[in-house]
Design a protein around this ligand. Structure first.
Ligand SMILES: C[S@@+](CC[C@H](N)C(=O)[O-])C[C@H]1O[C@@H](n2cnc3c(N)ncnc32)[C@H](O)[C@@H]1O
Length: 167
């Protein structure tokens, strides 16, 4: 029984690391600053691509912001649904590979991936986003896009209108 459980855990966490980023939650202080930078209002919607344990969605929901999470690790989906249970009318978390979904309309999309996947993500955002949407990236920048505002750890981009980065 134990070997099976350990194998399932390794596979779940390994899949996330392989397909986007390993599980590593955003720091609490950075979370507050990132939400302030995004400047969303109650009733607006944020998507978390790779929503981990749901902390960002929980913090957003505390401000009345609706949240949609996509997470590939089933254990983290269960944990994040428990974490966000209090705000279950505002937060929905899907067990899904976000590369394989068409992004629904939202006011903002939040990502915390790794550098290797940022070019692929940027292509997906360009394909999928048709309405004005903020993209908020933690730690790693989108390579071809120019942020409209940023702080020490995060950058906010406006999609679909993008200015080429000056080189
Ligand atoms: C660095 S963690 C960020 C967690 C959370 N967004 C936060 O900021 O606290 C990245 C998360 O993305 C998930 N992930 C990676 N690739 C994914 C994919 N293709 N589809 C869905 N989730 C993915 C991982 O399982 C992990 O939980």
């Amino acid at each position: 029984m134990w070997p099976f459980i350990i194998l399932a855990l390794v596979a779940s966490f390994g899949l996330g690391a392989w397909l986007g980023a390993p599980y590593l939650p955003i720091l609490a202080s950075d979370r507050r600053q990132l939400l302030a930078l995004a400047n969303l209002k109650p009733g607006q919607t944020i998507i978390d691509l790779g929503s981990g344990d749901g902390r960002l969605l929980f913090a957003a929901a505390k401000q009345g912001i609706r949240g949609i999470g996509y997470e590939i690790n089933p254990l983290l989906v269960i944990i994040s649904r428990i974490v966000c249970w209090r705000y279950r009318t505002l937060v929905t978390i899907h067990l899904a590979n976000f590369w394989q979904i068409k992004l629904p309309p939202a006011d903002a999309i939040y990502v915390f991936l790794i550098a290797r996947y940022m070019p692929k993500l940027e292509q997906k955002l360009r394909r999928d986003i048709t309405q004005p949407t903020l993209v908020v990236s933690y730690v790693f920048a989108l390579p071809e896009s120019k942020p409209i505002r940023q702080n020490a750890t995060s950058a906010v981009y406006q999609f679909p209108a993008q200015l080429p980065k000056s080189r």
